[in-house]
Each structure stands twice: as structure tokens, then as C-alpha cells.
Design a protein around this ligand. Structure first.
Ligand SMILES: C[S@@+](CC[C@H](N)C(=O)[O-])C[C@H]1O[C@@H](n2cnc3c(N)ncnc32)[C@H](O)[C@@H]1O
Length: 202
């Protein structure tokens, strides 16, 4: 995939994403940001997948990404927000110090409106987010438990999920009440992007 072939993004965003892919490829041999076999598919499997969450960008406020790893979706969505929602700020929570150092470098080099918390999510004071996202971090019931303390009233949680999404929703309903819209994924016909609102203990 070339620098300009992501759907629905400006030239500036495409260039930022291209520079981000270069950074991931440069750092990956030393800190394993993505599986080595996935590097060839970085643009399709990780970046384009994460970029779908830009559909949920509010115009301003606070977006919190939990367990960001190499920056999916946090860095990718923050790159898309740079010219679409410049007043939206991001916080990426990642407990692995080396990954957090990479994320700080990416934020600086791409000039993103984002900050890193290099801490465990459970140890972070409530962040008052309008949107909480997390990818490949935990099953849905655990994600709701991790995300809910950081959500402002009326906020939403956005979780990309694989083919087990329906099972995870059913399991989560044993503990939680919530509204859920399961959006189709453009990058994987079996995946879903779950939009969770009005979550509370069941
Ligand atoms: C499987 S990786 C997924 C990374 C990224 N979201 C992605 O989709 O590629 C999970 C990441 O969450 C981080 N993590 C796991 N538990 C965490 C916690 N309790 N607090 C903060 N970070 C955590 C790990 O260090 C790891 O980088």
C-alpha cells in the first residue's frame, strides 16, 4: 500500500501515516511492536484497520487509547485527527516502558496532539474521556471494566473485535448493562467494531 492509498484521508494524514510506518519498521527489530511476520502487512493489517476508528472522531475533547502497544489505534487515529479534529487531544496508556518511549518518539516526530502515560491502566486516575478505545487488549467484559472509570458522562467506548465479537458481547452482558452497535469492519469481513455506550454494572 503506498503512502497515499488509504481511503478518505488527506494528503497530510497519508504522509503522517507513511512516516509512522517507517518508524515502526525502524524500531520493530529492537522492541517487537508488531509480530515480525506482520511487518509486510503493516499498512493493511494494522494501520488501515486502526484508521477505521477515525469514523468516530469527535471535533474536540479527549480520546483515551488503552494498551496502545506500537500505537494501534492511538497513534493512527491521532494522526488522522491532526487536521480533521485539531482540538481533540489524545492520551495513550501503555505500561511497557520501551513501547511508551517509541510512542513518545512517534508523537514528537508526527507532531500529534497526544500524551503518553507509561503506567498500568489500573493505576491511572480517571481521565474523563469522551472516547475510550482499545485493540487486542482484553475480552470485552474486561475492557468495559478497564475503560469505564476513564469515561466522561455520555462518553463512548470503541473496541475493534474479531470473529468472537458476538460471544464476547454475550459474556459481557453477564456483568454489565450497555448499549452496543456492532459496526462491520472494512478490513476483515468477520471482524466488528463495537461502539459501547451507557455502560453500567448489571
Ligand atoms: C496485545 S498488545 C496490543 C497493542 C495494540 N493495541 C495493538 O493493537 O497492536 C497489548 C498492549 O497492552 C499493554 N498492556 C497490557 N495490559 C496493560 C495494562 N494493564 N496497563 C497498560 N498497558 C497494558 C501491553 O504492554 C501491550 O503493549
Amino acid at each position: 500500500m503506498s503512502a497515499t492509498s488509504y481511503p478518505d484521508v488527506s494528503r497530510e494524514t497519508a504522509e503522517r501515516l507513511h512516516r509512522y510506518a517507517e518508524l515502526v519498521r525502524k524500531w520493530n527489530p529492537s522492541i517487537n511492536l508488531v509480530a515480525k511476520r506482520d511487518l509486510e502487512l503493516l499498512e493493511t493489517r494494522h494501520i488501515a484497520d486502526s484508521l477505521q476508528l477515525a469514523a468516530f472522531l469527535p471535533s474536540r475533547g479527549h480520546w483515551v487509547d488503552l494498551g496502545s502497544g506500537g500505537g494501534f489505534p492511538g497513534i493512527v487515529v491521532a494522526a488522522a485527527a491532526r487536521d480533521r479534529s485539531p482540538e481533540l487531544r489524545f492520551t495513550l496508556v501503555e505500561s511497557d516502558a520501551r513501547k511508551a518511549a517509541f510512542l513518545a518518539t512517534a508523537i514528537r516526530e508526527l507532531d500529534l496532539n497526544a500524551a503518553i502515560l507509561a503506567r498500568r491502566i489500573e493505576a491511572v486516575d480517571p481521565l474523563g474521556a469522551d472516547i475510550v478505545s482499545a485493540r487486542a487488549l482484553a475480552p470485552l467484559d474486561r475492557l468495559i471494566a478497564l475503560g469505564l472509570p476513564h469515561l466522561a458522562p455520555g462518553g463512548r467506548m470503541i473496541f475493534p473485535k474479531g470473529r468472537r465479537a458476538e460471544d464476547e458481547i454475550r459474556d459481557a452482558r453477564a456483568q454489565w448493562k450497555f448499549d452496543c452497535v456492532a459496526h462491520k469492519s472494512d478490513t476483515d469481513p468477520e471482524a466488528r467494531i463495537l461502539e459501547i455506550s451507557r455502560a453500567e454494572h448489571g
